[in-house]
Design a protein around this ligand. Structure first.
Ligand code: FES
Length: 124
């Protein structure tokens, strides 16, 4: 596991890293960020796993980064991994697969839901 290797390199072999770049499955990036936060290593993640149309129209890639709402395809896809709410992004991406889920997200997210896909009404 990448987290085990990284922890071994830093804690057992005394390696020093200024930046970590994590690209891959959401769950891997989440746990890399939890570890690098503990180790004090700035971490950049790539949020393309949650992108669908990649044009800023569908709203699928909406995510919380610190206090801000971002869209991976137009604002990223690279973000400070320590600020990304991975739990919300993973939960949201599952809900986004169904029409009911998209409708619920539109209700919960209001004006920040956006998207011009014409499927969820988030553009209206
Ligand atoms: S992938 Fe970003 S809005 Fe659709």
């Amino acid at each position: 596991m990448v987290t085990k290797t990284l922890e071994d390199l830093v804690t057992n072999e005394g390696k020093h890293y200024d930046v970590c770049v994590a690209i891959g499955p959401m769950i891997m990036m989440k746990f890399v960020c939890l570890l690098t936060k503990k180790l004090g290593i700035h971490t950049i993640v790539s949020m393309n796993p949650i992108m669908v149309d990649g044009t800023g129209m569908c709203g699928a890639c909406r995510l919380q980064v610190g206090d801000e709402i971002k869209f991976a395809c137009v604002d990223g896809p690279e973000f400070d991994g320590h600020l990304v709410d991975f739990d919300q992004a993973m939960k949201r991406s599952q809900m986004y697969k169904t029409q009911e889920g998209r409708a619920l997200l539109k209700l919960q997210e209001g004006d920040t839901h956006h998207g011009g896909c014409g499927q969820c009404g988030g553009d209206k």
